[in-house]
Design a protein around this ligand. Structure first.
Ligand SMILES: NC(=O)c1ccc[n+]([C@@H]2O[C@H](COP(=O)([O-])OP(=O)(O)OC[C@H]3O[C@@H](n4cnc5c(N)ncnc54)[C@H](OP(=O)(O)O)[C@@H]3O)[C@@H](O)[C@H]2O)c1
Length: 349
């Protein structure tokens, strides 16, 4: 084994105390799983990016079960500092990150194990994972940018799969996955319609993407935003939707997707109420929509995405709303929970 002298790590573990105003995280120092197994890799983490899911889990509202007092986060970027003696694809000094669902290598595996839910996540200064769940990160990106790739980036990449140049995508909200999807869509020559509850946020995005201009709809002020999207597409509908609301918006998303188009179900940000779905089946059949569930992506998806990023040299820094020091993780989670951000919140270590 190529080794490092690090024996312990600092990690934020959830308190699982959901009383308003109490700490949701506790900084702990704990031993690393040493010696490394022959196929394990030790990473020194340089940046961790937050997703809505982390704030949701920290506040006890994840729709899926989570392990008690687990470590949050599935977006990080780290440097390999030690490898087991059977590791073949990574060496000390490489940049890497684990995939979000460590059972999803090719996309055909039967099981699931989500970081920060079924197993510990990555909000720590060191993490050890099996080589098979780690993916190399593009070398041209800095740590903060690279940390957004495994979950937010791969999710946006998966949600847009199949859309081609000249087509139109509807992207809901101005959170992390959405701004990533918007950036990828723009780079790929795809027309974007962006929604937000805030005119101020839409104005900022319009200024950022002024040529060609993005189309926008305020979904709070326009409750029938699906009709507005139809108007913007000459009554045809968009080719694909990055669906973030869940039950509260799904039927409307189907209604403003063209016949035979695709809705990528990514999020569940609205109050999840099955009674909102009464029109789901008739609308799905009538409009011949492909409704596709997105679970971040497989390791192969992440590798494809990293290859695409490296080929384009796309910089990602403009997707970051705010950087917090690692020690202020609690404040960062609260910031995301309050939905103050446009784009990504990243912790620097
Ligand atoms: N399936 C997956 O693999 C996967 C991966 C990552 C994330 N997700 C899920 O995708 C969603 C977005 O995640 P994120 O990390 O990008 O979140 P985020 O950064 O916290 O962004 C949330 C933003 O979404 C918008 N929003 C809130 N409620 C909405 C609603 N009812 N309809 C449409 N937009 C709404 C708001 O934007 P405005 O302020 O502009 O209105 C809000 O700021 C979450 O539900 C998350 O759990 C799923």
């Amino acid at each position: 084994m190529s080794s490092s002298r690090v024996t312990h790590r600092r990690a934020f573990r959830r308190t699982d105390d959901f009383t308003p105003g109490t700490s949701k995280l506790k900084l702990v120092t704990e031993p690393l799983p040493l010696p490394l197994s022959p196929t394990a890799v030790l990473l020194k983490i340089h940046a961790v990016a937050l997703n809505y899911r982390d704030a949701n889990i920290a506040n006890g509202q994840n729709p899926w079960p989570v392990m008690p007092n687990g470590i949050l986060c599935n977006d990080a970027a780290g440097e390999v500092i030690a490898v087991g003696n059977k590791v073949k694809t990574l060496v000390v000094g490489d940049r890497a990150a684990p995939i979000t669902d460590t059972e999803n290598i090719s996309g055909r595996e039967t099981r699931r194990s989500w970081l920060a839910a079924d197993e510990d996540g990555v909000m720590a200064d060191h993490i050890a994972f099996e080589e098979r769940v780690l993916c190399k990160l593009p070398e041209y990106l800095d740590w903060l940018d690279a940390a957004m790739i495994p979950c937010a980036g791969v999710t946006a990449w998966s949600a847009l799969k199949g859309v081609s140049i000249g087509q139109t995508v509807l992207i809901q909200g101005t959170g992390g996955v959405s701004v990533f999807a918007l950036k990828l869509a723009r780079a790929a020559g795809i027309r974007a319609i962006l929604t937000s509850s805030s005119d101020e946020k839409l104005c900022q995005m319009k200024m950022k993407y002024s040529s060609p201009p993005i189309l926008t709809v305020n979904y709070s002020q326009t409750p029938k935003w699906d009709q507005e999207v139809l108007k913007l597409t000459d009554g045809v509908g968009v080719d694909i939707v990055v669906e973030n609301g869940g039950t509260g918006s799904l039927v409307k998303s189907l209604r403003c997707t063209r016949r035979g188009g695709t809705v990528s179900q990514v999020g569940y940000l609205s109050k999840q109420d099955p009674s909102d779905l009464k029109e789901l089946i008739p609308t799905l059949i009538d409009r011949r929509i492909n409704l596709r569930g997105i679970n971040a992506g497989s390791k192969h998806d992440m590798e494809d995405f990293c290859a695409a990023l490296s080929a384009s040299g796309m910089l990602l820094h403009d997707l970051i709303d705010r950087v917090f020091p690692f020690e202020q993780a609690e404040d960062a989670v609260e910031y995301v929970w309050q939905g103050k951000q446009i784009g990504k919140i990243v912790l620097r270590l």
